[in-house]
Design a protein around this ligand. Sequence first.
Ligand SMILES: Nc1ncnc2c1ncn2[C@@H]1O[C@H](COP(=O)(O)OP(=O)(O)OP(=O)(O)O)[C@@H](O)[C@H]1O
Length: 623
Amino acid sequence: MNVHWRKFLKGELIENGIAPMIYRSWQRSVGYNVNHTEISQNMILTTSQLRELKDAQEDIIRAAESVLPHLGKLLQSANYTVLLGEKKGFILEALGDGPFLTKAQKIHLSPGANWREDIKGTNAIGTALTEDCPIIVSGCEHFVQENHFMSCWAAPIHDLRGEIVGFIDISGETGNHQEQIIGIAILGARLIEQNLRTLDIERQLKFYREGAKLAIDLLKEGFISIDRFGIVTNISPSGASLIGRQRNDIIGKPVAEVFSAPKGWMVNNQALDLHLKNQSGHEIVSSWRRVADESGDFLGAFGTVQLTEPQTAGPVWVGSSPSSQQVMERVYKAAAAPSSLLIQGESGTGKEIVARMIHDFSSFREGPFVALNCAALPSSLLESELFGYADGAFTGSRRGGQPGKFELAHQGTIFLDEIGDMPLTAQVALLRVLQEKEVTRIGGTKPHKVNVRIIAATHKDLKSLVEAKMFRLDLYYRLKVITIELPPLRERLEDIRDLVPYFIQKSCTLNQFACFGIEDNVYPYLYAYSWPGNVRELENCIESMIAMADSHVLTVDDLPWELRQTPDSKRIESPSLLDQQTKQTILAALAQTQGKIAPAARLLGIGRNTLYRKIKEFDISVL
Ligand SMILES: Nc1ncnc2c1ncn2[C@@H]1O[C@H](COP(=O)(O)OP(=O)(O)OP(=O)(O)O)[C@@H](O)[C@H]1O
């Protein structure tokens, strides 16, 4: 070979005995004016330049991390050096030991040096990169004499698009030449290419996962995905909000824990049918699309969740706080008796809902439910509305007269809202109807028998009105045979967790929007607010948030101004169940003892001072 090299340098033609790739590279080396005895000008990076280059070549270094030690092991104690480099010919990493390493370092076959053909003449690294194929360059095949002492095997590394991104080189002394080492270099390059592909797939997956996350967050419908083991892998905020649980509380759980899933559903059933009741007792339906691989094996499923069509048939009380549970208990009891009933509670606490529920559950349910707001009409009109008027009762009255609400409510329920605003004259007439169970139209003489259940409601304190002589005591006792007290929303904050998803769904259905989600950090603001308008105000608040929202997930920014003020630290957390129950127990004891502290303390089995402390702590007002 030495002979060929010398002949070539003298410009004598070589017919045979030299590989065409080597011959082409020698020709290129001459063209580059490479000095054939020794390299006059190496290209070597400083330590910081090498560090920068390695940072830029992070992918190839990461991909080679697991491969280089294996190659090193294969060639262990055989006196070789394994090199990893980048596409421009710079060596990035070197592995090996033994005497060859010292010799290699002398000719800069080490990290930071560039082994391009135009610098180093024919060599395995530069020529493999130029020819884009694996190559062996042995002894005198190197164009520069100072490299004749070694044999080198190199293979280029390609990326997914087939572009060269680097190389693997194995070098040793010529006396150590073994043809099959090229196989090890090629294997190393292929393994690194595989790892680069995996890195690329991981990045693509991350990209798709992030995209899917973004899409899910903005998704209008409740969206849920499960893997092949039936574990929930994701749920949209709107889905979690519908179910009434936190996202983190659902993700990672078996789907059967979230829904009531029949066993084996995911293997056998195409159409998955999972049912669920949320905390407010509303039925949630889900529909699923199964995903399978080519052989039909189940990979997972994507589903949408939504509330079943809202029940238009009857009013619904939403809320699972202890206070709400007590209200419902009284509603069921009150419905069973035909007695008159008084519902008391601040405006917007749900008095009309309760009245309608009692009607629906009572023996009067087949009859009509007739509502009248006593505060909305002037005194004269109120009486004719209630009792009707006879033909010619007053100028302009309708011919033949008109029946009043009592006659219209016959066999059903009459709901007298804002009864505290009823004028005294109307109160007298009402009392008569209650006593005699018949009405006589204004200006008429003929009484009409009426069988009507009376439910009255007020946000005012009727007892004080009686004391102020603005409400008749006898009527008061007639009406309050059964009483139901509706606590203000600020005293049953837990209901907010049930009411919010319910109102979101209600508003979306009404406006024909797809469902919205709500961020969890909105709740502390809802707990901190005092809700003077109670549940009605909360309903309006949700409706306005939906109208103003930029995306399908409601955020703190969508809250009305008055709610966006810093939440009061005392109430930033949802009140604990224990606190709620303690407060309820104290309230119940005080109600039983008409607000008297000593008997209430005895009833509760605690000292008077402890009860005073608790009353202060829970902000209970004692009359
Ligand atoms: N527990 C509840 N569950 C679901 N919706 C409720 C609940 N409480 C109140 N609402 C809703 O809040 C709004 C006000 O309720 P409602 O009219 O029954 O209150 P109210 O006490 O009669 O008010 P007002 O005294 O001003 O007449 C209604 O839209 C009602 O549907």
